[in-house]
Design a protein around this ligand. Structure first.
Ligand SMILES: Nc1ncnc2c1ncn2[C@@H]1O[C@H](COP(=O)(O)OP(=O)(O)OP(=O)(O)O)[C@@H](O)[C@H]1O
Length: 247
């Protein structure tokens, strides 16, 4: 049987006396959108930090395609197929849109080509062109990132994360701070990503969660409170009282 593309088993971490993530286990399905929800402080970002190698777990395992990658640094996890989008913070604002994508896509070049200038990297350039079109940034390829709108910067951020053709993409609140129109566009874009990549998302906009997700994981006080389809989760009384504020 094919293993899940990403699985976490009994993942835990403490910050001082606080168990920020407490024995959390789940698997995400291939080419599906799985969303983590939960009130502020529930442990969602910490869970992402554990999965992406930013924080080492105290216990538990992170498996990609059935292989244990627990505690590996982000670059090793990226090589194993895991990418994370960082809310604009890893864009180079003074470089152009295309240059940002080229740098991220450079990893697709064979190692023996690594010394060549970025502009001579055929595999990377092909990927950049694909992403520019797909993310509707082709008209702005030569713009410095600092000149893009907030919505365009967020879109570029996701494109940069996808440049290395990951198997799993972690997206932390991809629509935060966006206008209504940009949020709708981004939702459509994320939906279309699942053709190529399995997506794990943190999102607060519950309308978006319900329309976008194939599967929802609910966190509360560091623990997994429930998981299921959006309808199952919404109908769960424990989730209603912990998250929606009524039962
Ligand atoms: N580096 C850290 N050191 C100490 N405590 C931390 C650290 N990171 C997170 N915490 C604590 O761990 C708990 C979980 O935080 P986390 O940011 O993962 O929650 P969250 O669900 O992502 O919340 P939000 O929706 O507000 O972003 C919180 O009580 C937080 O204060």
């Amino acid at each position: 049987m094919t293993p899940p593309v990403l699985e976490v088993r009994d993942l835990s971490v403490n910050f001082g006396g606080l168990r920020a993530v407490d024995n959390v286990s789940f698997a995400i399905a291939r080419n599906r959108i799985t969303t983590v929800i939960g009130p502020n402080g529930a442990g969602k970002s910490t869970l992402f930090n554990l999965i992406s190698g930013a924080v080492r777990p105290r216990a538990g395992q992170v498996l990609i395609d059935g292989v244990d990658h627990t505690g590996e640094p982000p670059n090793r996890l990226q090589a194993a197929g895991l990418a994370r989008s960082f809310q604009i913070t890893n864009l180079f604002f003074e470089l152009s849109v295309a240059e940002n994508l080229r740098l991220a896509a450079q990893i697709l070049e064979p190692t023996r080509m690594a010394w060549r200038p970025v502009s001579a990297s055929r595999a990377a350039m092909t990927r950049v062109d694909e992403l520019l079109v797909r993310f509707r940034l082709d008209g702005k390829a030569s713009y410095p990132v600092g000149k893009l709108s907030h919505g365009e910067q967020r879109r570029l951020e996701v494109a940069v994360a996808l440049a290395c053709r990951p198997k799993v993409l972690l997206l932390d609140e991809p629509t935060q701070g966006m206008s209504h129109g940009d949020t709708e566009d981004t939702a459509k874009l994320i939906k279309s990503l699942a053709d190529d990549v399995s997506v794990l998302l943190i999102e607060h906009d519950i309308g978006l969660v319900m329309s976008l997700s194939d599967h929802v994981i609910v966190m509360h006080q560091g623990q997994k409170l429930a998981e299921g389809t959006p309808t199952e989760v919404r109908g769960n009384t424990a989730v209603q009282s912990a998250y929606f504020g009524h039962a």
